[in-house]
Design a protein around this ligand. Structure first.
Ligand SMILES: C[S@@+](CC[C@H](N)C(=O)[O-])C[C@H]1O[C@@H](n2cnc3c(N)ncnc32)[C@H](O)[C@@H]1O
Length: 323
């Protein structure tokens, strides 16, 4: 377990920049760009915040306000020993809300887990005045089952900002199940599929999103007008029925070369590079995946407009035989 002095901030890199660069290079050879890549570069924070706070996206404000509204229900399950672990750094507003609430009853430590160093720094800056010890780990969410020894339990593990819709509800719950200790709680929020489902496509077609998604390729030599941005909406089959998946890609309209430290990748007219996808689930589908998982619902809150939901889960209690 990491030992940190009270209120100090420490940062540990469990994944190197070189590894991530090599990973992108190999992926691009296969015409794919892993969905976390747009968050890695120095400009990522600026591009992400511009997107996340843009009028067309409006995810940030909506889910942050929803967390605040849900807090009275969630806080009933907080215990004085609870620490906060958040996966996926952002503007720090949700962390502020949770840490302030935990500070009222205890003295939590905070752990920020993210694969992007600039994004982690932005979150740590945003909560610099909150008097808790802070540990940042540059690591993949998917490594949760092997990195969960690095923080003190019990912990409130958070996957907020609709990240679960990008990772997928079912794989996320499997990862969490493998890494959640019995006293821990898992909190995730989710933007639900509503009648107004066109909003996400509209946000994805926005210049802010196109700039954010293509920035890693542009930084490495792609000229923005050498590609056209494509959005496809598909019905993806799942055990909970078809979910709406929005796929993003860029198609080359002329030859381009993307250059890395160890080599370069040539892209030809007609080539399509697959970018991040995100799914939109109905409330019933999210509940279906929770019911199929061994995790149990401690608290759930659905917005009156049924466009946002938040769930707090725990590992199942052992059955006691009373006979
Ligand atoms: C949607 S943003 C931030 C969400 C933030 N929690 C909020 O509420 O605003 C997603 C964050 O997750 C990080 N991320 C994406 N994929 C990741 C992965 N597989 N492992 C760890 N971090 C990842 C990105 O670097 C980025 O900081």
């Amino acid at each position: 377990m990491l030992q940190v002095e009270k209120q100090r901030t420490r940062k540990f890199e469990l994944v190197t920049t070189e590894y991530l660069e090599e990973h992108l290079y190999r992926a691009l050879e296969r015409r794919r760009m892993p969905d976390y890549v747009p968050f890695l570069d120095d400009g990522a924070v600026h591009n992400w915040l511009a997107l996340n706070h843009s009028a067309r996206f409006h995810l940030a404000g909506s889910l942050t306000a929803f967390l605040e509204q849900s807090l009275p229900y969630l806080a009933e399950h907080f215990v004085p020993e609870l620490n906060l672990v958040s996966f996926g750094a952002g503007d720090g507003r949700k962390e502020r809300i949770l840490l302030r609430s935990l500070l009222r009853i205890g003295s939590p430590s905070y752990y920020s887990i993210d694969i992007s160093s600039p994004m982690i720094d932005a979150t740590l800056n945003a909560i610099a005045d909150i008097p808790v010890e802070k540990t940042a780990l540059l690591a993949f969410f998917e490594d949760l089952p092997i990195i969960n020894r690095l923080w003190c339990h019990p912990a409130l593990l958070c996957l907020l900002g609709n990240s679960i819709s990008t990772y997928g509800v079912e794989p996320s719950l499997a990862t969490v199940r493998a890494g959640l200790e019995p006293p821990d709680l898992f909190l995730f929020d989710c933007r639900l599929l509503t009648q107004d489902a066109g909003q996400l496509e509209d946000a994805m077609a926005s210049p802010e999103n196109v700039r954010f998604q293509t920035a890693p390729l542009v930084k490495r030599g792609l000229e923005p007008d050498a590609v056209e941005f494509i959005i496809r909406v598909v019905a993806a089959p799942t055990p909970a029925g078809p979910v709406r998946r929005v796929d993003q890609s860029v198609r080359l309209v002329r030859h381009a070369v993307v250059t890395f430290d160890h080599g370069s990748v040539s892209l030809y007219p007609g080539d399509e590079v697959v970018l991040a996808s995100t799914c939109q689930y109905t409330l019933d589908q999210v509940r279906h995946f929770i019911d199929r998982s061994p995790l149990a619902i401690v608290e759930q809150h659905v917005a009156p407009a049924r466009d946002n939901a938040i769930f707090m889960l725990r590992t199942p209690r052992r059955k006691t035989n009373l006979l």
